[in-house]
Design a protein around this ligand. Structure first.
Ligand SMILES: C[S@@+](CC[C@H](N)C(=O)[O-])C[C@H]1O[C@@H](n2cnc3c(N)ncnc32)[C@H](O)[C@@H]1O
Length: 268
């Protein structure tokens, strides 16, 4: 049962789907699906599914003999996910308290969600509980801001032009860049066969404006930071100047991003 999304929540999620998913998040899906061992016929859970890009790709792999469930607490995200793919089961819940039955998934995937969980130990405990013995977890978190320097610059721009709460909203996703710390949390949960890879993927936004617009229209509203149109225009104009070196001759903003992709298994 998904609660009704307000128009503002739906619009923020639509902004996330249009501005962020093709430019930034989509490229990571194959890494996480591989780490989670998703294969034909599998029963898969996408935790913190957002607008569902990973779940949709998982559905293509598992085929008709498999099943995919997407879980997220945000009604707006789930409203957009449901519109894009009604054939997936979308559940409104937190990672910490999924309400799902024990021992029920072959693979659990969670892409760029762990850093937002209030209680990571509880959330990883839930992953362990809902996996079949022998089932796999695939998990992605961003590397440090040092290793994602364009986002360090975007955060500083927003500090200056909007305020520290906006800059910090951009920094939050990079808080778990210490891979050894995450490995220790996975091990403490009882997961085994833990490994990590740290690939680089190119982010590719249509322009500098759309790179920063994604933050202003698709990210800050999720933190209840809403700018009026003149303020948005002011920030975008400054961004075009300050981040000009990130633009290709075509005008696209193309830059490397780094993330840790973990794989682990429930023993059994
Ligand atoms: C950066 S988005 C990632 C969405 C999606 N996995 C993707 O790759 O596009 C982070 C997601 O985490 C969700 N989230 C935040 N707190 C959560 C929690 N406690 N449990 C589950 N999901 C949560 C948010 O609602 C948001 O959809």
């Amino acid at each position: 049962m998904v609660s009704h999304a307000t128009e503002a929540e739906r619009q923020a999620a639509q902004g996330y789907e249009e501005l962020f998913v093709p430019a930034l998040f989509g490229a990571w899906v194959p890494h996480v699906l591989k780490a989670a061992g998703v294969s034909r016929g599998a029963v898969v859970l996408d935790v913190a599914c957002g607008t569902g890009v990973l779940a949709r790709n998982a559905r293509d792999i598992v085929g008709r003999s498999g099943r995919v469930t997407g879980l997220d607490p945000a009604a707006g995200m789930l409203a957009v996910a449901q519109e894009l793919q009604p054939g997936i089961t979308w559940i409104q819940a937190t990672a910490e308290d999924t309400g799902l039955p024990a021992d029920s998934f072959d693979s659990v995937a969670t892409q760029f969600g762990l850093m937002f969980f209030q209680d990571r130990a509880a959330a990883l405990g839930e992953v362990f509980r809902v996996l079949h013995p022998g089932g796999h977890l695939g998990l992605a978190v961003w590397d440090t801001l040092d290793r994602n320097p364009v986002y360090a610059r975007v955060a500083m721009l927003l500090d200056d032009m909007v305020g520290p709460e906006a800059g910090n909203a951009v920094r939050v996703p990079f808080a778990l860049g210490d891979a050894q710390g995450v490995i220790a949390e996975l091990a403490a949960t009882g997961l085994s066969d833990i490994s990590v890879e740290t690939p680089t993927e190119q982010a590719r936004f249509p322009s500098i404006r759309s790179l920063v617009e994604a933050e202003l229209r698709g990210w800050l509203p999720l933190f209840h930071i809403h700018l009026d149109e003149p303020s948005i225009e002011r920030v975008l104009t400054a961004a075009e100047d300050q981040l000009a070196d990130v633009a290709e001759p075509s005008g696209e903003a193309v830059f490397p991003t780094s993330a840790h992709v973990f794989s682990a298994r429930r023993p059994g």
